[in-house]
Design a protein around this ligand. Structure first.
Ligand code: ARG
Length: 442
């Protein structure tokens, strides 16, 4: 029984929240006239002593007391005697654990938002440094149209911005205190739930005591936000892995974020990026794990809910580590702008620009322009040339009205510069977005 029932091994991570909750609860019991000022003073002193023991690493975590709540209470009794027994008036472990866990997740959301901001800052700095650099934009991982490196990096700034907003939303929704719901039905004592809620930084107390002890959707919502964030991290990690291959050669990472091989001396492996890519598995699994624990539970508390903590702790550990590693990698990343520009100029990436030119200058319907451009690509392929290398003669065979001014749009730089629509890839648009984000984050 003890082996399956015990949770102190992992819920000791709720120690700080448990102590804060108990201190607020004791102060409230005093104000409500439920405990005497002598007892309250002893309880506060005892809890402070426990806090010190925990800081010094001398607090005895014991399996026989099952979980963090009973470990703290048992130690309090050893330190201050019978007054310790009054702390649990008008409270149950059911609202206690709901409170502790909620505060832990709330802190984790705050830390994650901070790390997302740091990652966005690293991306913004790189984007600004390479706002004009040209690289191929891809669809289907096939060269599509030239884009700027800054624009590509800013796409991730948008994603991580939405991730931060999701964590902020989840935090706002979870910021209600379940303390005082007691076992499930509320308390007959004249408790002041507003007082404990305010003392612990909540906006208000929860409005339904049954819901208070059985809700874990604050954790699910955070894990969902974490899963989406991990998917974004994994996509960026995947791009770093691809870009690091000698075949692409788009970026370099220093030895700080790569490893060598024990047998192949030429190797520079992007292990950190690969691990960030893989950690997404933990996040997605954690959401799944908790969702399955919760999905068939009748109201209110069931011991199943003790299984909420491990997946949540693991998920945030993996996410926070991934965010740190990714911020480090982004700062470390050295784009090989020459290789990127070279790649942007190959693969007929300005074909759309040729078609657009035919529409604009010769008033061709876009479908016809698409057809003429297709013929130009075919001819260039036959000659082993890029579009910009085709002679005017060759182009005029396709439509005699084509003039030399067409070459102005056939270079990747001109192509990228021309896409000045709002949110487009042109350097001035990218700089405007960089500025918008810098102001938002300031
Ligand atoms: N260790 C328990 C948990 O994590 C605390 C709540 C126990 N409540 C109960 N009625 N047994 O969920």
């Amino acid at each position: 029984m003890q082996a399956i029932n015990v949770s102190i091994g992992f819920d000791k991570r709720l120690a700080a929240q448990d102590l804060a909750g108990s201190r607020a609860h004791a102060a409230m019991l005093l104000k409500a006239g439920v405990i005497s000022s002598e007892d309250e003073a002893q309880i506060q002193e005892g809890l402070a002593a426990i806090e010190r023991e925990m800081a010094e690493g001398t607090f005895p975590f014991r399996d026989e007391f099952e979980d963090i709540h009973m470990n703290v209470e048992a130690r309090l009794r050893e330190l201050i005697g019978p007054a310790a027994g009054r702390l649990h008036t008008a409270r149950s472990r059911n609202d206690q654990v709901a409170l502790d866990f909620r505060m832990w997740v709330r802190d984790a959301c705050d830390r994650t938002i901070g790390q997302l901001r740091a990652l966005q800052g690293a991306l913004l700095a790189k984007a600004e440094a390479h706002a004009d650099a040209i690289m191929p934009g891809f669809t289907h991982l096939q060269p599509a149209q030239p884009v700027t490196v800054g624009h590509h990096l800013m796409a991730y700034v948008e994603m991580f911005g939405r991730d931060a907003a999701r964590f902020a939303d989840a935090r706002a929704r979870m910021n209600e205190s379940p303390l005082g719901a007691a076992a499930l039905a509320g308390s007959p004592f004249p408790i002041d739930r507003q007082m404990t809620a305010a003392a612990l930084g909540f906006d208000r107390p929860t409005a339904n005591s049954l819901d208070s002890v059985s809700d874990r959707d604050f954790a699910l919502e955070s894990l969902a936000a974490g899963s989406i964030c991990a998917i974004h991290l994994s996509r960026l990690a995947e791009e770093i892995v691809i870009w690091m291959t000698p075949q692409f050669g788009f970026v370099r990472l220093s030895d700080a974020f790569t490893t060598g091989s024990s047998i192949m001396p030429q190797k520079k492996n992007p292990d950190a990026a690969e691990l960030v890519r893989a950690k997404a598995g933990r996040l997605l699994a954690s959401f799944q794990q908790l969702a399955v624990v919760m999905k068939g539970l009748p109201l209110t508390y069931s011991k199943d809910m003790q299984e909420d903590k491990v997946p949540t702790f693991e998920a945030f550990d993996a996410l926070e580590l991934s965010l740190r590693a990714m911020a480090g990698m982004v700062a470390d990343l050295q784009p090989n702008v020459a290789a990127m520009a070279r790649a942007a100029g190959s693969g007929f990436s300005t074909a759309t620009d040729l078609a657009d030119w035919l529409v604009r200058e010769l008033n061709l319907p876009f479908r016809d322009a698409h057809h003429v451009t297709g013929a130009a690509v075919k001819r260039a392929e036959e000659l082993g040339q890029e579009l910009s290398q085709l002679s005017l003669d060759e182009l005029q065979k396709l439509d005699p009205r084509i003039t030399a001014s067409v070459y102005d749009v056939l270079t990747p730089e001109a192509s990228a510069r021309s896409r000045r629509s709002y949110g487009g890839t042109a350097p001035d648009q990218v700089r405007a977005q960089i500025k918008r984000w810098k102001d938002l984050l300031a």
